[in-house]
Design a protein around this ligand. Structure first.
Ligand SMILES: [Zn+2]
Length: 145
């Protein structure tokens, strides 16, 4: 004797984990419990509203400068330069908003928090930092190379 059999419960948990991790259709982020998911959801909603406000402010800034506007020449050039920068920021903000909205739609699906490239769970701290992430750090770096 001396052989200690693992409790049945542990065995079942392991079995379920194996099933979930091996079968792609069942893949989900086992590191994410309901509480962190709820927090993440709240965070995404907050970020969506702040991104929306940011976009509205930027849209105001990037309105075309009318040619008969009574600005001096230099001021006009400055204004155009500023508007160019604001346009870039606006594009990024819009892209981020789209990604955040996608994340909110996906958060209750099993694929949320799973890297689209390697099928591994994305680190929870990365998701807290950038909940719109669809790739793990390694795959994101690979993508940006
Ligand atoms: Zn990955």
């Amino acid at each position: 004797m001396g052989f200690k059999k693992e409790p049945l419960f542990n065995q079942s948990v392991k079995f379920i984990e194996v099933i979930f991790q091996k079968a792609p259709i069942f893949r989900y982020n086992i590191f994410m419990d309901k509480d962190s998911k709820d927090l993440l959801k709240k965070q995404i909603e907050d970020e969506i509203s702040s991104a929306t406000r940011q976009i509205e402010a930027l849209e105001e800034k990037t309105k075309p400068i009318s040619p008969d506007c009574s600005l001096g020449r230099l001021t006009r050039l400055e204004a155009m330069g500023e508007s160019h920068v604001a346009n870039k920021t606006l594009d990024n903000a819009r892209l981020r908003l789209t990604r955040l909205k996608n994340a909110l739609q996906r958060i209750d699906t099993p694929s949320f928090g799973i890297c689209i490239d390697c099928d591994e769970p994305i680190d929870i701290n990365r998701l807290k930092l950038r909940p719109e992430s669809v790739r793990c750090v390694a795959c994101e770096n690979e993508q940006n190379r």
